[in-house]
Design a binder for this molecule. Sequence first.
Ligand code: AMP
Length: 298
Amino acid sequence: MHVLRTIREVNAWRAKLRAQQKKVGFVPTMGYLHDGHVSLIAEALSRADYVIVSIFVNPLQFGINEDFSVYPRDEARDLQMAQQAGANAVFLPSADEMYPAKPMTSIQVRSVSESLCGASRPGHFDGVAFVVVKLFNIVQPDFACFGMKDAQQVAVIEQLVNDLNIPVEIVRCPIIREKDGLAMSSRNVYLTNEERTQALILSSALREVQHILIEQRQGIPALDIRALAEDMISNQTDAVIDYVEVRHYPSLHPVFADYLIKYDTKDMILLALAVRFGRTRLIDNLLIGSDKGSEIDV
Ligand code: AMP
């Protein structure tokens, strides 16, 4: 596995593969790898000749009061995991390599990045869009894999790639969960045992909604779906809800309160949760409808 630390090294690696007409898949991450990341690498390997993973904690996508400085990092462990997963190269740039000077360009994907996490974390998706475009220009992959754990991020990147005709195919990958249902996240290490137990309410609430939708095929109003998830979280934990929202996907347009959501709806509907357990903010979601990207095993 090649360990590449500079943009020049990535360019040289990429040029060689281009000359050989190899298909290159890309998995951008912020490191502290877990099985969610590994599943993205596996998906990329199944579609490409070569797979490159980037590990970069992007300062631009963190707000001033967020966890940039304490975000978990473990380079040696990440390299071992990436290698075991079968990655052919890892790009590990320093902040100076990526941002030798303050960038003067901004990228804002309107509408889709304004609700949900975009509302709670102003500027977050501008930072994500910026680094993704930059990484795509450096790596020049044929496609890139993104997890539906961050469903809004996928919607933002798809919009960005469409708007700007960026020649990178975006591959949506399903959410990978711990055995007990908790969606894998590098941030799960922040949780105390007590918070870790309480955090199971996220997947339980989503599973309950999915179960009820399977039982009641005639559909359930969006308002009731939202209330069910919200009540479960607030009645069974002392966590602080950031949002519980039902939205069309991938537009993220609001859904009318009386809109009947059916398990096999042709429209895709996203039930998205963001909840704080102590100081740790976790997100999870269920995508209802024709794309079963985030279906929970029942
Ligand atoms: P991160 O390192 O958290 O920025 O995530 C890098 C990529 O891994 C993103 O595309 C995430 O959506 C994806 N990812 C993170 N957690 C999971 C998970 N539990 N299941 C699937 N993909 C994930």
